[in-house]
Design a protein around this ligand. Sequence first.
Ligand code: C2E
Ligand code: MG
Ligand code: MG
Length: 547
Amino acid sequence: MNSKIKRVNRINSANLVKILVIGFLAVAVTFFVYITGGTKKVFVHLMYIPTILASWFWGLSGGLLAGIFCGLCTGPLMPLDVALGVMQDPLNWISRLLMFSLIGLLTGYMIERINKLNEEKQEINLKSPFYNLPNEKKLFYDIEDYIKLNKYLKIISIKLTNLNEIEKYVDSKLAYDIVDELAEKLMHTCGKKTVYSYDRDELIVLVCGDCVHGYEEKIKEVLEYYSAFPVSKNGYKIRVSLKVGIYIYQGEKASPTEIYNRARIAYEQGETKETGVYYYDDSLKNKRREIQDITGAILESIQKDELFVVYQPKIDIVNNRISGVEALVRWKRNGKDLIGPNIFIPIAEEIGFIDKISKFVFDCVTSQMEIWKRKGIDIKCSVNTSVHELIHDDYTLWAKDLIEGKNINRSDFELEITERAIAYDDKRLIEKMHYLKELGYQLSIDDFGTGYNSLMSLGEIPFDTLKIDKYFIDRINKVEISELIGLFIKYAHTLGKTVLAEGVETEEQLNRLKELNCDEVQGYFFSKPLLPEEFEVFHTEFTMANK
Ligand code: C2E
Ligand code: MG
Ligand code: MG
């Protein structure tokens, strides 16, 4: 209310200044016409200046009024010839008054038209090309206005995570209808002018100052509605998944783009396709910045010779022998900071650098296996494989040629594929796995138990070893977990597969696993991942001790 009054006051004072300028100019021209000898001189035409200026200020009506006023100033009281004292013929000054008014009217009309066209252009510029909503430019302008008025803001960004898929695979019109409907719901909840569109799959709600509280709950209700009910439209029943990022702006120094980005950073922390509400905090931004930093540096890691491979022994606990090693990549950035694969492998997968890392690891491993063979250490080695590369045709071609010209067998290799990455209904992946097995590679399911698949569906995929995730081994002292591990082992044995327990750290865990008939273990109890020369020492000592 207060700001409205302030704005009206500002508008009135600006108009007053303009009126004074026009008045002053008209009086100045009148005076000039008089002292230069009257209306018979051309100076009378100077009256067009205030007339046109008034049209510019106020359009058609301003131009007309100024035209009449200027016509009257040089009207009946202004002599034709001041020196001779000759007054004007009424026809003379009336026709001039009409002329001034006409010019004021016409220029005012033209200026109004130009302004209107400009406004229309501006409006198109500020409108989403996809929906009947303002776009991000308008959002940034509005945020800027609120910042100037020192308002608190809540910016709520709503990302429709599966909209692209709906558009591509179901019905493109349906995708747009879904967003329109969601925008309607949000406008109904938060007010007509609060909803903006950014791209096809993102809506933004901007709630300002006095009314920031309470909207969150309302937005959550809208979200809950979408996670509970499918959208029924055009004969389809579709689940829409939404991620919401919320950032509360409280007057800190930030540009409109930064403010908006914080809401986006907030929702990006959510899993790719999960529905949920996420809040921004500064650590998120720092984390993202770190990731960007790593993303840039990883591209140079191979060329700068910063990657290397370590080997963790796998122990056959039935026959007390080393059954193999797992190759695990390490990155020593700038020769000092050791960055874990859990951080850089997902990034490498995202930016398509994983195939280069895999080739590097395979190169290291094949060379190392040849060296060990020459030294009398004939050992199987497993390598982790990312699903992103596995489904690529290049990978299978490359896997075919991998050991070409080397003194090693494909059966000495085991490819580990994490259970999370395996969707048992993904025919393409299963076919690729069959192909790799036909080529002679061993396959194992890594981190078993962390995915969403059932034990029963294991029968449908080709593999040799089941690696039970450390999560279960850490909790083996709990009866129900121990029974579950026993079940995994029994079922895998009925399928004729080997079972390995990951992350074994204590003797108690080892003994329990022996009781449950587990075949192999891997973990710090026996050894951490080792450099090649460290592994050679471990191999000698272990073999000697278990002769
Ligand atoms: P993973 O394949 O499940 O590897 C096992 C991880 O558990 C390794 O972590 C290993 O160092 C760790 N570990 C083994 N025993 C123990 C134990 O007793 N206690 C504890 N606390 N940890 C243990 P790492 O080396 O950090 O690797 C993490 C993950 O990164 C791997 O999980 C694998 O998925 C991925 N990874 C590593 N190297 C590569 C690679 O060359 N290519 C691909 N695509 N992924 C890789
Ligand atoms: Mg592994
Ligand atoms: Mg694992």
